[in-house]
Design a protein around this ligand. Structure first.
Ligand code: DGY
Length: 324
């Protein structure tokens, strides 16, 4: 029987499928294996099901002599050294599509929470400060007629744009490769250069993958180009934003607020952000719905089993392995 390491237990029926199909080693959801613990456990494994915060670098991959597949329980795969995996003939799979709605919903939840100060209002009420209705109490911003700037216009960015039409917003987007006219029409979004998007947008939501090109894409220079009333949302990957520049931007009033689900040094969060009322912080829960997480589990289980049985997985990242 093939041996598979699953670094954290997943929800839903896929667990049983894996237990029936392979010799499965897994740890409970609360346990995060260290890199050394992954190295120690992966040595005799044929398959690995990893989490987005497991560093699957060359050292880890090369510790596993029989490894045939790495199935990442996420759509992003910046935690995996794809080059090393490919050179070793190891298939890497991810979970696109099934978490699109969940992540787009969370981006909107953050947009609303920051612009209408709902988390701050909740804290205010629980602290016993709500003594009377006030004409100036907790004033926020509306969406209608405003511009939403989307950085990265793949599945999730498009789903965020689609939701914006219900709020009567104007949507602009920036992407490395511009969409076709037909795709732009479908998304209801207009292409803009990055600088143009930064200066025009009332709200900016990031939906790009983390790559060498997007790391620190938003730093001091970019924050200074934004409106001082702008609200920034990041549900993509923390290092796309220079977190110390963001902290400065919020402190200096270069922008008005931020809603964050991801952090530069996750799970650590810059202590100053924790003190700010105009910031809403979530513990990387973009895909955390029953629907998405169970489907993600199904996908990694099916793809891992497919590779071990000698087939081609549905969600392959390094497809070139199958073109040789
Ligand atoms: C992903 O799958 O990459 C998401 O960040 C999970 O929330």
């Amino acid at each position: 029987m093939f041996k598979v390491l699953l670094t954290r237990e997943m929800p839903g029926p896929a667990m049983e499928k894996l237990k029936r199909g392979v010799d499965l080693e897994y740890v409970s959801e609360e346990t995060k294996l260290t890199k050394q613990e992954i190295i120690d456990r992966i040595k005799d494994k044929d398959g690995l099901i990893s989490m987005l915060d497991d560093p699957i670098d060359a050292e880890v991959i090369n510790a596993a002599h029989d490894l045939k597949v790495i199935s990442n329980y996420a759509v992003g795969f910046n935690n995996i050294d794809i080059k090393t995996a490919t050179s070793r003939g190891i298939a890497v799979t991810n979970t696109p599509g099934v978490l699109t709605n969940a992540t787009a919903d969370l981006a909107w939840a953050l947009l609303m929470a920051v612009s209408r100060r709902t988390a701050e209002g909740d804290r205010y009420l629980r602290a016993g400060k709500f003594r009377c209705w006030g004409p100036k109490l907790m004033l926020g911003y509306e969406f209608a007629g405003k511009t939403l700037g989307i950085i990265g216009m793949g599945r999730i960015g498009s789903a965020v744009a689609k939701r914006a039409s219900g709020f009567d917003m104007h949507v602009v987007y920036y992407k490395r490769h511009r969409l076709s006219q037909q795709e732009e029409k479908k998304a209801g979004a207009e292409y803009a250069g990055l600088d143009e998007l930064l200066s025009q947008s009332d709200f900016i939501s990031i939906h790009a993958p983390l790559t060498d090109e997007t790391r620190h894409m938003l730093g001091e220079e970019q924050f200074k180009k934004m409106k001082d009333s702008c609200i920034l949302i990041n549900t993509a990957r923390g290092p796309i934003v220079d977190e110390s520049a963001l902290t400065a931007a919020l402190k200096q009033g270069w922008i008005a607020g931020a809603g964050l689900d991801v952090y530069e040094n996750e799970p650590a969060v810059s202590p100053e952000l924790l003190e700010m009322e105009n910031v809403v912080l979530e513990p990387h829960i973009g895909s955390a719905t029953y629907e998405a997480r169970e489907k993600m589990a199904e996908m990694v289980a099916d793809d891992c089993l497919a590779v071990l049985k000698g087939g081609r997985p549905d969600n392959i990242v390094n497809g070139e392995l199958y073109e040789r």
